[in-house]
Design a binder for this molecule. Structure first.
Ligand code: IMP
Ligand code: MG
Length: 176
């Protein structure tokens, strides 16, 4: 099947929104140090581009989880493949995600991270698909863009590990 990409959010729109999000985070955490926790691999592009706009003190850590495989629908099983390098107890944590879809991944991560008793725990996602939520109360604190129920790729997001390097966000269509 042929894969066709339709542009949904341009590079310019992403950059403008990142400026706004960073300004908000800089204000909310003024004078503090924030631990950014990136969820591999989809969150990498967003996290580094956001972090470069932050003027507060920032630390990085990474987690890897598996939930999707190469499927386009969530398996519902979220497994932690790589945990944090450093404990987050008493730290101000922002979990950085590429997209919140069913909310299952976020639920699993929130439970895992809050168990370490951080001083605060917020969630920043590039994209939110609220129409697909199956877990209630999984509302992110910072949202880049709220989108419809479309399968999207680019700017970190993949289909079968491809398209992550696009500098815009596109809708993936399949044609015979
Ligand atoms: P959730 O557990 O259903 O919220 O799934 C979240 C994860 O599913 C994201 O971190 C992505 O890796 C993946 N995902 C959900 N929707 C999309 C999409 O439209 N494009 C690419 N990956 C997606
Ligand atoms: Mg992901």
């Amino acid at each position: 099947m042929k894969e066709i990409v339709e542009v949904m959010i341009t590079t310019e729109e992403i950059n403008r929104r990142l400026d706004e999000l960073a300004a908000q985070i800089n204000a909310d955490y003024a004078g503090k140090t924030v631990s950014l926790i990136c969820i591999l691999k989809g969150g990498v592009t967003f996290m580094v581009d956001l972090a470069r706009r932050l003027t507060i003190n920032v630390e990085y850590d990474f987690m890897d989880i598996s939930s999707y495989g190469n499927e386009m629908v969530s398996s519902g099983v979220v497994k932690i493949m790589k945990d944090l390098d450093e404990p987050i107890t008493d730290k101000n944590v922002i979990l950085v995600e590429d997209i919140i879809d069913t909310g299952r991944t976020l639920e699993r991560l929130r439970t895992h991270l809050s168990g370490q008793k951080p001083a605060s725990l917020k969630v920043c996602t590039l994209l939110d698909k609220p129409g697909r939520r199956v877990v209630p109360n999984m509302t992110p604190d910072y949202i880049g863009f709220t989108i419809e129920d479309k399968f999207v790729i680019g700017y970190g997001l993949d289909y079968a590990q491809r398209y992550r390097n696009l500098n815009y966000i596109g809708i993936l269509h399949f044609e015979e």
